[in-house]
Design a protein around this ligand. Structure first.
Ligand code: IMP
Ligand code: MG
Length: 177
């Protein structure tokens, strides 16, 4: 069990909110005069999606799906399981997937393929709060991200260790893991 006192802060609440606000402004430009459907990948993206959505001014829908690729450890299993992937009709829609972090890229690839196989969206893009580019195992890039990070295991602001710490308003890491 990690103790909160063992965490080193990587991104403060203020820094996160600043970057999320900037991303919101960018999305308002990119999807100006358009409708947008956000797809929140639970559970990790819940904080990011809620904060980002508050900045958005276009007609907006918010959908939620639940995927899982991590066990309770520090490294990605590379296997993605669709726990609940019920989605409305996305044909002809502007769809933006909202993730907490891209690590190996398996989750992102699974989801992009799933949506492309089942629908013909007008646009399909991927937005992640964090991008661990150095860990990528499949070829996939986020269309939008707030922070690039190196190979650290992070918790807070939606990210968990064994289900804990999603509620922290900042993002931290434990040295040595
Ligand atoms: P990927 O399929 O390997 O890209 O993993 C993506 C998922 O792994 C994310 O949506 C997170 O839920 C989880 N994950 C990856 N890195 C971390 C981390 O540093 N802390 C907590 N969860 C992580
Ligand atoms: Mg996730």
């Amino acid at each position: 069990m990690i103790k909160e006192s063992d965490l080193k802060i990587l991104f403060t609440e203020e820094k996160i909110q600043l970057e999320v606000g900037k991303l919101g402004a960018k999305l308002n430009e990119e999807y100006k005069d358009e409708e947008l459907c956000l797809i929140c990948v639970l559970k990790g993206s819940v904080m990011f999606m809620a904060d980002l959505a508050k900045h958005l001014k276009m007609p907006l829908k918010m959908e939620f799906i639940k995927l899982s690729s991590y066990g309770s450890g520090f490294t990605s299993t590379g296997r993605v399981s669709a726990v609940d992937i019920a989605l409305p009709d996305l044909n002809g829609k502007n769809v933006l997937i909202i993730e907490d972090i891209i690590d190996t890229g398996h989750t992102a690839q699974f989801l992009m393929n799933f949506i492309n196989h089942n629908f013909k969206p007008r646009t399909l893009r991927f937005c992640s709060l964090l991008d661990k580019k150095c860990k990528r195992e499949v070829e996939i890039e986020a269309d939008y991200y707030c922070f690039e990070i190196d190979n650290k295991f992070l918790v807070g602001y939606g990210l968990d260790y064994d289900g804990y710490y999603r509620n922290l308003p900042y993002i931290g890491f434990v040295e040595g893991v």
